[in-house]
Design a protein around this ligand. Sequence first.
Ligand code: MSP
Length: 661
Amino acid sequence: MPAKPKCYLTTPIYYTNGLPHIGHTYSTIVCDTIRRYKRMRGYDVVMTTGTDEHGVNVERAAKKAGVPESEFVAKMAAEWKALWDELGIPSDEFIRTTDLKHAHTVQWLFKLCRENGFVYPGHYTGQYCIYDNAYVDVKPGENCPDCGRPTETVTEANYFFKLSAFQKPLLNWYAKHPEFIQPESRRNEILSFVEGGLRDLSITRTSVRWGIPVPGEEPHVFYVWFDALTAYLSAVGGPNYEKQGYWPADVHIVGKDIIRFHTVYWPAFLMAAGLPIPKQVWAHGWFLMDAAKMSKSKGNVVTPRPIVGVLGMDALRYYLLRETVFGQDGNFSYDALVTRYNSDLANGLGNLASRTAAMIEKNSSGKIPKPAALQPQDNALAGQVQAAIGEVLEMYDNLSFSRALEEIWSLIAATDKYLTAEHPWSLGESEADQQRRSTILWVTAEVLRVVTALAHPILPDSTAKVWSLLGQGGQAASVALDGLRWGQLAPGTPLGKSQALFPRIEKAEAIERMESMENEPQKQPSPATPAAHASTPTAGGAAAAAAPAANEKIGIEDFAKVEMRVGQIKTAERIVGADKLLKLTVDIGTEIRQICAGIAQYYEPEKLIGRKVAVVVNLAPRKLRGVESNGMIVAASVGPEGRPVLAGFPDEDVEIGARLK
Ligand code: MSP
């Protein structure tokens, strides 16, 4: 058998100063989808993800946590890796920038660039954004133009990379490889950036300690982007990349925020070293919350576990890839997520699969029926399916995931319509009627088989279930898409076991469950165990930190971080569609705050007005059911059901704003 063609895909390697949210999950899901698709097209695929563990941010975060950097990043990297495993999207190679093999690759790349005359020593003074790990073009005192946060003036001795020497070679490369930067809009953006001229780039630091040392040049360590980008190469052999045969990468999947690093710096470093350039960089848009990029400081982060716990991983995959055109920004909304789940997954694919199986069970003793001669209406559907196969494969090739899903779902809609028109359930028991019914059921099952194979890269779990329901041997994943044709469904095949696909769910309840899990990280279920219960939001609905282990003590300084004050409830009302939450306004002495509290089932809103309560006032704001909550009301959690009882001050009429210590 000829060797399979190789294909190498990468996600960005993620910073370890935070944990994964939906935005990161999106990049990894996209990459995983391409991996599954390419495997079904006969490729030998390697997908890399990993963690970007060096830099000032990590130094600071580790210091704050009171642990050495190496310990801090090891714990974070393990959490990232564990999450990808849990979500069923593990990489084939997980690269950490603290891996020894990576350090060797970075040092080797630097040596090649230097030997070829593209590195020189110098000094640099500039405004540095520690959040983006980049010098930025602003005056001292001005904020970062990308993230809006304060910049710092940094002067240091460092090595420079002659990026300016690569303006022409890069422009030539873009011209010869128009597919290199995708989508088109990003390509234009990069072209005009490079045409505007390139400044040399400082690629080492003496102001940072936590990095890969530049051999013989200590205290120089590598600049994070020189370090991070090289991870793509370290993951597939580093200096010995030729032996493994995966380099250059077929596609680097990145967010639009880091396109410049990948399409300007990275190919320039590789050109300087005389190494092959990746074939493509594909920049997707952002998932926004209320039109802003998700970030912890804004309190608008959505993480994958609650969604997966309530709706399943396939629902998240479907929503992210269906809702926005790949390359454009999308707005994340729980409402739209559950709507898609119910309409497209439960009523669409799930319903077609279960009704098809039920009809075959009833009319054909659980075996795929034998069709008689196809009628024009059968052939029309068959033709639509056959045509869709080629179109969907092309859409996958172009990473047009939302269009591919639209096309696949149009087959489901056409089949529902076909069934309504042909109504096999009303046919009788005559020979002719039986034959007609068998034909209709075979046609329906055949569409379902093709739909299942086509949707598999995006919906791996549920399509695997439909595949075995249809009694198809092997795994859905092992279907060769190149050989997928209309008409391959063998009559007489016994159906497999029916498994729950997408049980319908009441929207308000699903949203409430996801939101309350989002706010109680310690209660987030593992995706392997679908959550059967809704967890009760904390009284304030704001994030409840994981409690320390039973025997662990905290210092007074830890307690002092929690700022609790006496507040007075000014207004209280129910929130439509959220039966556990009350929206309160609370006077905390210095201001009136809006706070959501999960006490609606136990307290009448009218009776709360004027009541004095204990409020945690320094929690990051959060949104609950779309309503901002800026603080937390303290309550005892009583009994097995955790009934909230508000903390109060019965001894005296305490002053509003007084601090609890
Ligand atoms: N460590 C660098 C990348 C180095 S690659 C050699 C980095 N890390 S990151 O943790 O900030 O992750 C950035 C990537 O996460 C983005 O490029 C994008 O792929 C993804 N996303 C982060 N937030 C996102 C959204 N809100 N929406 C979609 N994707 C986003 O940058």
